[in-house]
Design a protein around this ligand. Structure first.
Ligand code: GLA
Length: 395
């Protein structure tokens, strides 16, 4: 947690609203493997990381909602908290959508004030939006004394994204932000919502993110289109295999048997999802066996599927993965998140990190004339209150 950032947000709140807020931190996430599987009832393997959003929140004592995006130096105000609706102010929707979800569940939301800022890069596939949603959901749960558990908060945040951001996302990002555990990745079964933590030692393998700088727009329909294509695939399979409720239940043999009915595009989408689920399970076995080389091979295969079959990669991401594959000390590399830009995730031997960054940056500069931004991340705990001790730590 960045104490200076939390101090700045705290001070901005005090100055603007004149009373003491609750301070909350909400991390972004990485995903080691299991992409576009969450909304197909499949497996994912994310972790919360030390790129975080920080919130100062308090009840305003009136009907007003007053929101301040500290990084943007922008304010949004709404006179009556009982009349929340989607706004033309893009960033405000992630917060308003969360408040609206509490209301939908029958919890009256009084006026509140919120200042937020963060270090999760926007549009980098690290779930800055989920962090924003989860942080406020946690704070409102505290103030409204609603006593909702973390899963319900994750759902609130996910539905906020569906309804106020227009992205029919799965639950991975919000789950990771809320359920993160320091030093662990979490395997989530998105059908049963069972989960298990696996230790991940970032001193044995660093998690290095390479930001392509290409902005993905998840809402740009491509994401929602993928989801619809998967649903079409399930509908075709169900005619012959009523037990197939989602692609999680499907097999490659079934897909092959109905190739013509599925058509080439839907077939490829579905085949990717079925294979990616198997890769997550294999990757977890490799992690337990401490076999990072084998784990990395699953990551490369995941990228190939996302590029060729699911078609959510782009030339910049493909070039970053190819450059990583050629660099020394890299266990695995692939695009991460929804796709169409954002970051690659790379597992790199600690003593090779500098050489890795230098060589990939050089390739990126030569190929695209772009300066590569990279982040070395560590795995942290999920959403929580920032204590006064944490606030006063100087760093
Ligand atoms: C985005 C969505 C997630 C998930 C990933 C792809 O991050 O928010 O729900 O579908 O894309 O794995």
């Amino acid at each position: 947690m960045s104490a200076p950032l939390a101090q700045a947000v705290h001070a901005a709140f005090q100055q603007r609203f004149g009373y003491a807020p609750l301070l909350v931190r909400a991390p972004g996430r990485v995903n080691l493997i299991g992409e576009h599987t969450d909304y197909n009832g499949g497996f994912v393997l994310p972790a919360a990381v030390d790129k975080e959003m920080v919130f100062a929140v308090g009840l305003s004592g009136s009907t007003w909602i007053r929101l301040v995006a500290y990084d943007l130096n922008e304010t949004f105000e709404l006179a009556n908290a009982a009349e929340i609706s989607p706004s033309a102010t893009h960033w405000a929707n992630y917060l308003l959508g969360v408040a609206a979800q509490f209301q939908l569940r029958g919890h009256a939301v009084p006026g509140f004030d919120c200042v937020f800022a963060g270090t999760v890069p926007m549009g980098a596939g690290m779930s800055s939006s989920a962090a924003v949603e989860c942080g406020l959901a946690f704070a409102l749960n505290h103030f409204l004394k609603t006593g909702l558990d973390k899963l319900e908060l994750a759902r609130i945040a996910q539905f906020a994204e569906h309804t106020y951001a227009g992205v029919q996302c799965g639950i991975m990002d919000q789950f990771a932000s809320l359920y993160g555990r320091a030093g662990h990745v979490v395997r989530l079964d998105c059908r049963s919502l069972d989960y298990a933590y696996f230790p991940f030692d970032t001193t044995a393998s660093r998690i290095v993110l390479c930001n392509s700088g290409v902005k993905h727009s998840l809402a740009s329909t491509a994401y929602n289109t993928r989801r619809q294509e998967c649903e079409r695939g399930v509908a075709v399979l169900q005619r012959n295999h009523p037990e197939v409720a989602s692609l999680r239940d499907a097999t490659l043999e079934q897909l092959d048997a109905h190739r013509d009915e599925l058509g080439p595009v839907v077939f490829r989408r579905c085949a990717y999802v079925v294979q990616e689920n198997a890769r997550v399970e294999a990757a977890c076995r490799h992690l337990e066996a401490n076999d990072l080389a084998a784990f990395g091979q699953e990551m490369y295969a995941s990228h190939a599927g996302l590029r060729d079959d699911y078609e959510v990669s782009c030339v910049e991401l493909d070039a970053l993965v190819a450059a990583a594959q050629a660099a020394p000390g890299v266990f695995g590399s692939r695009m991460m998140g929804g796709g169409f830009g954002g970051c690659t995730i790379n597992l790199v031997a600690p003593d090779q990190v500098d050489a890795f960054i230098a060589s990939v940056s050089k390739v990126y500069q030569e190929k695209f004339g772009l300066k590569l931004e990279t982040y070395q991340t560590t795995i942290v705990a999920g959403v929580g209150v920032i204590s006064s001790e944490q606030l006063t730590v100087s760093s």
